[in-house]
Design a protein around this ligand. Structure first.
Ligand code: SAM
Length: 224
């Protein structure tokens, strides 16, 4: 059952207070981008969780969303969003819609968001929730490890599941000057890579170790 059908979409002062505290925690952990911190403040994370977990929505923790999947830790969402360096109207592809929370954060940052999820039940519930929230992100069901070629190129591509390597298909769908942010490594731990396409054939790379995501499946993912 979609998280939001188990409780009403009420954003009370107590939720806003908890969100403010979370934003301060993220700032203390090194998130500097004011627009990202504002988006975290503006998007009620408890709407994306089952009511039983709503009380914990503003802890800096990943949480289960059903189907064996998770909504990422707020720090990770903020860190990936900061790495993307989003500017209004940019075209962004997210791989791994999950709850739809990260897609809403990117929408709040003014991007034109395309998000792909492989699990139909998660796609459906996030589709319904995002409509309620007037979030404009366009959601697709399918194997995002191959990207979304019919909508390419993208200014940014964000992968929110652990990848065994950097899929060539995704690199091909980033426009020159754009970024691909992707956690790559073993299933036990990944390094967050920020790749910048400096020319049609050249990339620069920054690496940030110490992340743990659920596996990317599909053609360029893990067979789990
Ligand atoms: N961004 C999500 C959010 O805000 O809730 C959290 C993403 S969760 C950590 C990773 C998601 O990636 C899961 O929902 C999983 O089903 C999805 N996934 C894994 N492999 C995929 C693939 N090949 N294509 C699309 N989605 C995939």
């Amino acid at each position: 059952m979609p998280a939001h059908t188990t409780h009403s979409l009420l954003d009370l002062p107590k939720h806003q207070g908890l969100r403010l505290r979370l934003v301060e925690e993220l700032r203390a952990k090194g998130i500097r981008d004011q627009s990202v911190l504002k988006a975290i403040m503006d998007v009620p994370r408890h709407f994306f969780l089952d009511q039983a977990l709503a009380e914990m929505a503003y802890q800096d923790k990943a949480m289960p969303i059903g189907e064996g999947q998770t909504i990422s830790q707020p720090y990770t969402v903020a860190f990936q969003s900061e790495l993307l360096a989003v500017e209004p109207h940019m075209k962004i592809l997210e791989i791994g819609t999950g709850s739809g929370y990260q897609a809403c954060i990117l929408d709040q940052l003014g991007a034109r968001v395309f998000s792909v999820e492989t699990i139909r039940a998660l796609h459906r519930s996030s589709q319904i929730l995002l409509k309620h929230l007037n979030c404009k992100a366009k959601l697709f069901v399918g194997d995002g490890s191959v990207g979304l070629p019919s909508y390419a190129p993208f200014d940014r591509i964000l992968v929110t599941a652990a990848s065994p390597n950097i899929p060539e298909a995704l690199k091909n769908q980033v426009r020159t000057g754009g970024h691909l942010v992707i956690p790559v490594g073993e299933l036990s731990e990944q390094t967050m890579l920020k790749l910048t396409k400096v020319s049609p054939t050249e990339w620069s790379q920054e690496a940030f170790p110490g992340f743990r995501f659920v596996p990317l499946t599909g053609e360029y993912g893990w067979s789990v």
